[in-house]
Design a protein around this ligand. Structure first.
Ligand code: SP5
Ligand code: ZN
Length: 354
């Protein structure tokens, strides 16, 4: 299948993340996408350059205020003087309009850069630097290009992109995600096909952003298998089985949380369950939010899926026989993530869908 790539993805250099108040080295590195690309190139992949798409494609899933903020956040931070005093060279929020702060009132639009960041960021880990917006835009363009390719008749296409997207909500960013690439691709497919689309998220973490974006939308089925947030894992507040959608989206969201330490058996059972659910829901196209951080040895999750497990997941998703855009999400073990993606794509192609 074609592999969509943009050089611009490396422009986002967060230089770490602020976690429990400490500046840590961080894990969402430019080398991630480069390693995956190298592995796929060595395997003979057909590479396609991501094409630029208009803002309207992002507005299907994001609030204009978030897009405007992200586009100007770095310049705003530079102008604020916070780089010189106290010496912070990335955008980091300072306080948040927490419901407990507001007592039911609407928050004012703050003027201080650190407070403005808190209006749009829901965590302190997702830093913004000079190239963040361009890279996030490139990742969305890659996902949209993958959607274009399958709409043009390719059975499947893979977007080799970063920063990831599935934690970004309609109006907020977090979890190392700025724009929700998979949701943007799903909305494009939905708009073009006028038929239900499914998103199956196999990243180790709950796809809370995608869930939130489509929570009241029955036109996009959202399913996620992930480590149980109740066992102490990001995103902590969401990702439980009882979250099934609301309004016209009632029944169109499915969460399958797994115990830490879960291996191929339980994980593949959940992937199979989500695939069957998407089929039963009448999905006409599929977006796979492909995080490979559920693999054994990944530093960011306690799931223990093997490379063979990823290959079988690829087969299981390929057996659906749907036009499929596969969009890269997490995966932080630089030595393993290329081969894990390759296994998944090979499994998908083995299933005969391509
Ligand atoms: C797309 C994706 O996989 N996002 C992962 C977001 C979850 N990150 C949670 C990080 C929790 C703290 N990690 C400790 C390592 C410190 N650098
Ligand atoms: Zn993840």
């Amino acid at each position: 299948m074609p592999v969509v790539w943009s050089e611009r993805n490396r422009l986002h250099v967060p230089e770490g993340e602020v976690w429990v108040g400490v500046h840590t080295p961080g894990t969402e590195l430019p080398a991630r996408a480069e390693r995956i690309r190298e592995t796929l190139r060595e395997a003979g992949a057909r590479e396609v350059e991501a094409t630029e798409h208009p803002r309207e494609a992002l507005l299907r899933v994001h609030d204009p205020a978030l897009l405007d903020y992200l586009a100007g956040a770095w310049e705003e931070w530079e102008r604020s003087g916070l780089r010189e005093d106290p010496g912070q060279d990335r955008v980091v929020p300072y306080l948040f309009p927490h419901p407990g702060l507001l007592a039911g009132l609407e928050p004012a639009m703050p003027t201080a850069a650190g407070a403005r960041a808190g209006l749009f960021a829901y965590d302190t880990m997702s830093l913004i630097g000079p190239g963040t917006w361009e890279a996030a835009r490139a990742a969305a363009d890659a996902a949209l290009t993958a959607a274009d390719l399958v709409l043009g008749g390719e059975p499947a296409a893979y977007a080799c992109c970063r920063p990831p997207g599935h934690h970004a909500t309609r109006a907020a960013f977090g979890g190392s995600c700025y724009l929700n690439n998979a949701a943007i691709a799903a909305a494009a497919l939905r708009a073009a096909l006028s038929a239900p689309v499914a998103v199956i998220d196999v990243d180790a973490h709950h796809g809370n952003g995608t869930q939130a974006i489509f929570y009241e939308d029955g036109g996009v089925l959202t399913g996620s298998v992930h480590v149980d947030p109740g066992a102490g894992w990001f995103p902590h507040f969401l990702g439980f089985a009882a979250e099934t959608g609301r309004g016209t989206g009632a029944g169109a969201n499915r969460n399958l949380p797994l115990a830490p330490g879960s291996e191929d058996g339980a994980w593949l059972e959940a992937v199979t369950e989500l695939a069957g659910w998407a089929r039963a829901g009448g999905a006409a196209a599929l977006v796979v939010a492909l995080g490979v951080d559920a693999a054994a040895g990944d530093p960011e999750s306690p799931l223990r899926v093997s490379p063979e497990g990823y290959r079988e997941a690829g087969r299981e998703l390929g057996r659906l026989g749907l036009a499929t855009a596969i969009v890269q999400e997490g995966g932080y073990d630089l030595e393993r993530l290329g081969p894990l993606v390759l296994e998944t794509l090979l499994g998908f192609e083995e299933a005969g869908a391509t």
